[in-house]
Write a protein that binds this ligand. Structure first.
Ligand SMILES: CC(=O)N[C@H]1[C@@H](OP(=O)(O)OP(=O)(O)OC[C@H]2O[C@@H](n3ccc(=O)[nH]c3=O)[C@H](O)[C@@H]2O)O[C@H](CO)[C@@H](O)[C@@H]1O[C@H](C)C(=O)N[C@@H](C)C(=O)N[C@@H](CCC(=O)O)C(=O)O
Ligand SMILES: Nc1ncnc2c1ncn2[C@@H]1O[C@H](COP(=O)(O)OP(=O)(O)OP(=O)(O)O)[C@@H](O)[C@H]1O
Length: 442
């Protein structure tokens, strides 16, 4: 394997006495090492070495996207042998997972990457752990719903903030924490002109979750990635670019195969739900006051060292506007305003931001399907409680006219539909929670 001009996935280590894992990469003359600091509660058990190796390999492969993107050389050399399932995950993470990055940097889309890697057979099947479900939480509405549906699970926060701790505490679910330490050289090289852009962070969180599952004996790993994560953000020369690719069902299927080799199940509990269906359920829960979906409040700049900054809805970013719009469908203005600490539908200067939610080029953020955003706005325009709000008056008619909206109610977005990998018993628990919240549906 020639390393010239390639990104190299090099060495890695895990110290089970300190809980520190290190993952190294080479790009040109630079060497980068990203570190994980694992919760002490995960240390002390003796996981099957083959499963631990496979989980570390998965983390190592997908975490490399952050460093690869500095130059995006189109070739990746992997020093350790990998299984075909791991290689498929890595290919997806570096190609479609870096689709937004490629589009933003005006690189050819789709981004093509050649892998030099020795493919090995998977190890012997590994017995799943017996400590129940591991529920990665982002602090927002989707994973909050998962905590309610699976209350005997254990939550996982990667780079925990107050929002994730609050939501786990409010749900009464124990929380395991993992810290990621990006190599400081990454920021230095970015500042010096290295390429920058979005990385498939759900792929990274998924790999970290399988490592935690192996160490802690958890099974399955349950994400909360919604159906709208399958909708492309925009199309470039006929190719789809999806900000949320690593939350998509296509990626989930690839990752499920790799997680099985590690001895853990992996699926998304909310795969069949629209954002409106999730919000319909969460709006009816006391937990709604503890969630925070605003991505701006999760940046390292915002949180600072120690991650102690106060987090709140910024009420200006795409995700805040989208989330407020969905909750407005199920809450009267006073309750929505109390939950969010403000009302962006009262501010006409935000009309363009709302309109972008159903535009051909959606924002690069975690927002729902175009059709559900347009339907939600049209629904508000027809409602007595929200119809007179300035933004609703400006946009109601055009939302109803938007090509995708044939029915101005939100009802058609509420039933679960589409492919999924949810085992029957979890599907049944989800159905019960959704039914219990039905009274909140307008
Ligand atoms: C919090 C956030 O949304 N950050 C995005 C933002 O980055 P920003 O520079 O404003 O702040 P930081 O996140 O603190 O990043 C600082 C620099 O570090 C680089 N970096 C960060 C994390 C990482 O894993 N690798 C990295 O190389 C980053 O590029 C900065 O230079 O803009 C970035 C560029 O578009 C985004 O990539 C940042 O997104 C984070 C990786 C992130 O965690 N975002 C999630 C909140 C997010 O987007 N979730 C999606 C899931 C989509 C997916 O799975 O791909 C969602 O909500 O749907
Ligand atoms: N920092 C994190 N640590 C662990 N898991 C995470 C983290 N961020 C996101 N996740 C997982 O990835 C999924 C997708 O992230 P996303 O931000 O869309 O969801 P969320 O925070 O649950 O809801 P919202 O869309 O309202 O922000 C989450 O549902 C959760 O399972």
């Amino acid at each position: 394997m020639s390393e010239t001009g390639a990104f190299v996935v090099a060495g890695r280590s895990l110290d089970l006495s300190t809980g520190e894992a290190a993952f190294s990469y080479r790009l040109g003359d630079d060497e980068f090492t990203e570190r994980l600091v694992l919760d002490p509660v995960l240390l002390g058990s003796g996981p099957a070495p083959a499963a631990l190796d496979a989980a570390l390999d998965l983390v190592h492969l997908v975490m490399g996207t952050s460093y690869y993107k500095l130059a995006a050389p189109g070739r990746v050399v992997v020093e350790r042998p990998v299984t075909a399932a791991q290689l498929a995950v890595a290919r997806a993470a570096y190609t479609d997972g870096l689709g937004e990055f490629a589009a933003v940097n005006r690189l050819p889309v789709p981004h093509r990457v050649e892998f030099d890697a020795e493919v090995r057979e998977p190890g012997q099947p590994v017995e799943p752990g017996g400590r129940g479900a591991l529920l990665p939480v982002g602090g927002g509405k989707d994973s909050a719903l998962a905590l309610v549906v699976i209350p005997d699970g254990t939550a996982l926060a990667v780079n925990p903030t107050g929002a994730q701790r609050d939501v786990a505490r409010a749900a009464g679910v124990p929380l395991v924490e993992v810290r990621r330490r990006l190599d400081p050289l990454l920021a230095e090289r970015t500042a010096q002109g290295g390429l920058n852009g979005h990385v498939p962070v759900t792929a990274i969180n998924s790999a970290i979750a399988t490592l935690v599952a192996v160490l802690g004996g958890f099974d399955p790993v349950v994400f909360a990635n919604e159906r709208s994560a399958d909708e492309e953000t925009l199309t470039v020369d006929g190719a789809s670019v999806n900000h949320q690719y690593s939350k998509s069902y296509a990626f989930e299927r690839l990752f499920t195969a790799a997680a099985a080799e590690v001895g853990t199940g992996y699926f998304s509990l909310t795969r069949q739900l629209s954002e409106l269906a999730t919000v319909a359920a969460v709006a009816a829960l006391p937990l709604r006051g503890d969630i925070l979906s605003c991505n701006r409040s999760y940046t390292q700049k915002h949180m600072g060292i120690g991650g102690q900054a106060e987090q709140r809805w910024c009420l200006h970013c795409d995700k805040c506007l989208f989330t407020f719009l969905c909750f407005a469908v199920f809450l009267p203005p006073a309750e929505a305003e109390e939950m969010f600490g403000g009302n962006p539908l009262a501010d006409p200067s935000l009309a363009d931001g709302f309109r972008r939610l159903w535009a051909t080029e959606k924002p690069f953020d975690c927002v729902g399907e175009r059709a559900e955003s347009a339907a939600a706005m049209a629904h508000l325009a027809a409602s007595r409680s929200w119809g007179s709000q300035p933004v609703v008056r400006l946009l109601g008619a055009e939302a109803a006219d938007a090509a995708q909206v044939t029915d101005a109610t939100v009802a058609r977005f509420l039933p679960p539909r589409g492919e999924h990998g949810i085992p029957a018993r979890y599907l049944e628990s989800l159905r019960r929670v959704l039914e219990a919240s039905r009274s909140a549906v307008p």
